[in-house]
Design a protein around this ligand. Structure first.
Ligand code: DC
Length: 219
């Protein structure tokens, strides 16, 4: 089965997608992590020009979707643990606003997951990357709740930041992701929407799994 889980930053989509991948034993593709990997390489190599960034697809990061995690390597080194900072997220959001970059990365994702069963998670996994996925979810929560979750996550990683800074960065990122002219970030029309503001992770996972059971019963 090909499942997509989309949602804004801090909605809990990664946590839920990872858990669903583990329960079903199928690979997990974190598309945001791959955007971040390209952003990281741009930062390392000082690339800003859209054309130079596109040339990265000649030697892209090596992406390995596994059950419960997506691993990313660049020049033989695992870079997945280096990608969670706000700085990398900000650059990822900037390169994500280049239409030509999105087109290339979408092709990259499709060829990576060709003929496979998967849980793919991101901003547009169901709307633009895998429009013919079998079942699509859209997971969301209030902006304050999302900022609080992100803040706790960053704190737990030992990153020094205030809640207000996280909230500000999140609002800015939401705006940029929503207002880009091509491929704006919008819920897929045919997605099942889950608002997680007052739900635990387990409750959200249960809702997703019960929808999947329902889908399978109807096959
Ligand atoms: O989910 P995240 O914060 O790791 O994603 C980082 C950035 O990448 C986000 O600001 C927007 C972009 N992105 C995207 O535009 N489309 C995706 N499918 C995934 C991420």
């Amino acid at each position: 089965m090909r499942i997509t889980i989309d949602g804004p930053a801090g909605s809990g989509k990664s946590t839920v997608a990872k858990e669903v991948s583990k329960r079903l034993g199928i690979p997990y593709l974190n598309t945001g992590l791959v955007y971040r990997a390209f952003a990281y390489v741009c930062m390392q190599e000082g690339l800003e020009d859209e054309r130079d960034i596109l040339r990265l697809f000649e030697r892209p990061p090596h992406v390995v979707p596994q059950v419960g995690e997506t691993l990313v390597y660049y020049q033989g080194k695992e870079i997945s643990p280096l990608l969670s900072s706000e700085d990398v997220g900000r650059v990822a959001s900037i390169i994500a606003s280049y239409p030509s970059f999105r087109e290339r990365i979408n092709e990259f994702f499709r060829s990576l997951m060709n003929h496979k069963q998967f849980v793919a998670e991101g901003r547009d996994a169901g709307s633009f990357i895998f429009p013919d996925a079998d079942i699509k979810f859209f997971i969301t929560a209030s902006v304050e709740e999302r900022a609080m979750r992100r803040y706790k996550q960053l704190k737990a990683q030992g990153i020094e930041i205030t809640y207000e800074d996280v909230l500000r960065a999140l609002v800015e990122r939401d705006e940029r992701d929503k207002n880009r002219p091509l491929y704006p970030f919008l819920p897929p029309k045919d997605a099942i929407v889950i608002d997680t503001t007052n739900l635990s992770v387990e409750e959200v996972v249960e809702r997703v799994l019960s929808q999947l059971r329902e889908y399978n019963r109807k096959l």
